[in-house]
Design a binder for this molecule. Structure first.
Ligand SMILES: [Zn+2]
Length: 126
């Protein structure tokens, strides 16, 4: 995928002018929704370093690069956003292929600001 192609997060912009600003150029996403979108794009690009950087230090897992490389992501839909100054909640659906079948991850996620930057914390229970 080239940097001038449409961004995988679904916004109508090129990768470089959308999530690439955050992933490759290090700009801080101004909202939890933009961080969520950039994390999806980072999953598409199997960018382990960015996923770890944007994960809250309290919940940051070990990520397996081989597993990221195997991911086949299709589409992201942001359903609802509850914005806040230090805490935000984003509900989304992310579609992916598993053994040739389309599957959907439906998650409501908690995001928090740490040192002025949004971080993904965890999935909230339904
Ligand atoms: Zn994007």
């Amino acid at each position: 995928m080239s940097n001038t192609e449409a961004c995988p997060c679904g916004l109508e912009a090129s990768y470089l002018s959308c999530c690439g600003r955050f992933i490759d150029l290090g700009a801080p996403p101004q909202s939890a929704e933009l961080l969520m979108r950039s994390r999806y794009s980072a999953f598409v690009r199997a960018n382990r370093a960015y996923l770890l950087k944007s994960w809250h230090p309290d919940t940051r897992p070990d990520l397996d690069q081989a597993e990221l490389d195997r991911g086949e992501w299709l589409k992201l839909e942001i359903l609802t956003v509850k914005p806040g100054l230090k805490k935000s909640i984003v509900e989304f659906k992310a579609y992916y292929l598993e053994a040739g079948m389309q599957r959907c991850l439906h998650e409501t996620s908690l995001f928090k600001k740490v040192k002025q930057r949004w971080h993904y914390v965890e999935a909230l229970a339904e």
